[in-house]
Design a protein around this ligand. Structure first.
Ligand SMILES: Nc1nc2c(ncn2[C@@H]2O[C@H](COP(=O)(O)OP(=O)(O)OP(=O)(O)O)[C@@H](O)[C@H]2O)c(=O)[nH]1
Length: 318
């Protein structure tokens, strides 16, 4: 489950009161965003929240953790759960962990949004649908990236075909990057959430702490800077966060799996690492609206992606 288990009993009001005193909302609950890798789940989460809480790259399997994003609307609170893309059963502990994190998100869920891309319906989408077979929560299908469909007349027959696959509660074509039709999707979700107190205080946007979010911004730049294979052998840990006058000092480690991978991350004359650091720092500054000093270095943890204890240490939990 999420790092901070949103217990209804312990929820505090923005004013500090206990949950018992919190006014019931007409709609309050959890909505999981699921789908195969790279369909746009994280982009959709960020678009629904209006802020980057989950990192995005063109590479599949960018999302490695379950991340909550809280959308407060008049009379409603929808807590969206971004999940790692469900993928083929991998051999490594990390792959198994990612699938567990994605499927574990389906416990206690009020609504599921299954995200697909354009006019595609692949065997991986079919497999995700199969994994929803035992789920009793309503499933809304969000057909994302409709901006990439050149002939929009093909959308309706595609939707009709998909409706035959499962009794979807609704089918909503959206474009996460252009912000198209997101209110309609949100409406389909919110109206299906039960009445209840809010799960999170109104001023809390995500369950993840600052260190995690800053580490993710480094990992995003790392994935963008590296080729196809190495990103999956790296992870990032923020080891220090310190305020120094008007400056936030961040110390982060990029973990790799072998000595041989270090020079690839660092690059010739340290150029690649510098570029990753500079871009991550700018992302941090734009997120926080304050100046950041980022210290970045690389360390080796042999075969960490297949080491259960290392996974725990790096924050990969169910
Ligand atoms: N054209 C277009 N591109 C999109 C849209 N939504 C997402 N993308 C792009 O699709 C790519 C993948 O997006 P992500 O949000 O990382 O996808 P994801 O499903 O979270 O991926 P995983 O982390 O692999 O599970 C990125 O390059 C996005 O910019 C959209 O509506 N239109």
């Amino acid at each position: 489950m999420p790092e901070q288990d949103p217990s209804r009993e312990e929820t505090t009001q923005p004013g500090g009161g206990l949950a018992g005193e919190v006014a019931e909302l007409e709609h309050s609950g959890l909505c999981a965003l699921v789908g195969r890798p790279n369909v746009g789940k994280s982009t959709l989460l960020n678009a629904l929240l209006g802020e980057k809480v989950s990192i995005v790259t063109r590479k599949p399997q960018t999302t490695r953790h379950r991340i909550l994003g809280v959308a407060n609307r008049p009379g409603a609170q929808a807590v969206f759960v971004d999940t790692p893309g469900l993928h083929e059963r991998g051999k490594r502990a990390l792959n198994r962990q990612l699938n567990r994190a994605a499927l574990g998100a389906l416990e206690d869920i009020d609504v599921v949004v299954l995200v697909t891309r354009g006019l595609e319906w692949r065997s991986e989408d079919e497999r995700v649908l199969e994994s929803l077979e035992g789920v009793s929560a309503p499933v809304v299908l969000a057909i994302n990236q409709v901006d990439r469909i050149p002939d929009k007349r093909r959308l309706l027959p595609h939707m009709e075909r998909l409706q035959g696959r499962r009794d979807f509660a609704a089918l909503v074509p959206v474009s996460a990057t252009r912000g198209e039709n997101l209110e309609a999707l949100e409406q389909e979700v919110v109206q299906r959430l039960p009445a209840g107190p809010p799960l999170f205080p109104a001023d809390q946007l995500t369950d993840r702490d600052l260190a995690f979010r800053l580490g993710e911004l480094v990992r995003e730049q790392l994935m963008l800077a590296l080729g196809d294979e190495l990103p999956y052998a790296t992870t990032v840990q923020v080891e220090g966060l310190e305020r120094d006058g008007g400056l936030l000092r961040v110390a982060a480690v990029i973990w790799v799996e072998s000595e041989g991978q270090k020079p690839i991350v660092i690059g010739r004359e340290g150029k690649r690492l510098k570029k990753i650091g500079r871009r991550a720092r700018l992302e941090m500054e734009s997120l926080l609206g304050e100046r950041v000093h980022l210290d970045l270095w690389t360390k080796v943890k042999e075969r960490w992606t297949d080491d259960q204890r290392a996974l725990q240490r790096f924050g990969y939990t169910d």
